[in-house]
Design a binder for this molecule. Structure first.
Ligand code: 13P
Length: 248
C-alpha cells in the first residue's frame, strides 16, 4: 500500500567524483524495487539529475527557502530546486533547525513552498538526547509533527522522517522497540489529524542506518524506509540498505 523509500542525504559532502557513485547506483536498480532518492548538495543537483536520467533513482534538495524569489543571499528556493529536475526536498532537518535556528513555523512554511513548486517534502523531526533521557520523546516529536506539517499533508506531497538527533552520525540507534513505539505513535497522530488517507504517508527512520542494522529496522510495520546520511555516500554501502528494504 505504501511504496518503500530509500532516501540518501549527502549533507555537505560530494564533488564531481561522487557522481560516479551515483551513476553506479542508478545503473544497478530495477524498476520493481523500492523508490530511491538521493539528496546531494545544491551545487550538484543538475549534474545528479542528468547522471540518473532514465533510471529509477530520483533526486532531491536538502533545504529550500520559504519564498519563491527575493533578497536572500545564499539561499535557494523550491522553484529553483524543481527547475533542476529534482522532485523532492528535505525540510526541517535537525542540522538546519540547530545551525540555522529554524523553528517549526519556518519548517511549515518551507513544506508549503515545496508543495507549491511541485516537490515532495521530506519533513524531518526528532528528539535530542536530553529529551529522550527525560522521557519526553513522544510528546516532543508529536508537537514537532503537528507544528511542522501543514494542513493538506498527504502521502503524495509529504514523507515524514523520524531522526533522533542523538542517533545521527553517532553509530547509536534506538532499540527496535523504541523505533516501533515512535513510528506507531506518529502513524496514529497522522491518522487522527488527516484521517484514513494518512495511512498512505510514508514514515522513514533516520540516524546511523547501516547495512548491518537496516534489515532489523525495516521489520517495523510503520517504518516505510530510511533517510540515510553517511552510508548513502558509497553505492557499496547504500545498495545493501536498498536490498534490505526490498526484502522487508
Ligand atoms: P547518518 O545516517 O549519517 O547518521 O545521518 C542521518 C541523517 O541525518 C540523514 O538525514
Amino acid at each position: 500500500m505504501r511504496r518503500k523509500l530509500a532516501a540518501g542525504n549527502w549533507k555537505m559532502n560530494g564533488d564531481a567524483s561522487l557522481l560516479g557513485e551515483l551513476a553506479q547506483l542508478a545503473g544497478q536498480q530495477s524498476d520493481t524495487g523500492p523508490e530511491i532518492l538521493i539528496c546531494p548538495p545544491h551545487t550538484l543537483l543538475a549534474h545528479a539529475v542528468s547522471v540518473t536520467d532514465g533510471s529509477p533513482v530520483g533526486i532531491g534538495g536538502q533545504d529550500c527557502h520559504a519564498a519563491e524569489t527575493g533578497a536572500h543571499t545564499g539561499d535557494v528556493s523550491a522553484p529553483m530546486i524543481a527547475a533542476t529536475g529534482a522532485q523532492a526536498v528535505i525540510v526541517g532537518h535537525s542540522e538546519r533547525r540547530t545551525d540555522h535556528h529554524e523553528t517549526n513555523a519556518d519548517v511549515r512554511a518551507k513544506v508549503k513552498a515545496a508543495w507549491a513548486a511541485g516537490l515532495t517534502a521530506i519533513l524531518c523531526i526528532g528528539e535530542s538526547e536530553d529529551e529522550r533521557m527525560g522521557d519526553s520523546t513522544l510528546e516532543i516529536i508529536a508537537d514537532q509533527l503537528h507544528a511542522s506539517a501543514p494542513d493538506g499533508t498527504t502521502g503524495d506531497n509529504t514523507v515524514i522522517a523520524y531522526e533522533p538527533i542523538w542517533a545521527i552520525g553517532t553509530g547509536r540507534v534506538p532499540t527496535l522497540e523504541q523505533i516501533i513505539e515512535t513510528h506507531d505513535m506518529l502513524r496514529d497522530e497522522l491518522v487522527g489529524r488527516f484521517g484514513p488517507e494518512a495511512m498512505t504517508i510514508r514514515l522513514l527512520y533516520g540516524g546511523s542506518v547501516k547495512p548491518n542494522n537496516a534489515a532489523d529496522i525495516f521489520t517495523a510495520d510503520n517504518v516505510d524506509g530510511a533517510l540515510v546520511g553517511g552510508a548513502s555516500l558509497a553505492a557499496a554501502d547504500f545498495q545493501p540498505i536498498i536490498d534490505a528494504l526490498a526484502a522487508s
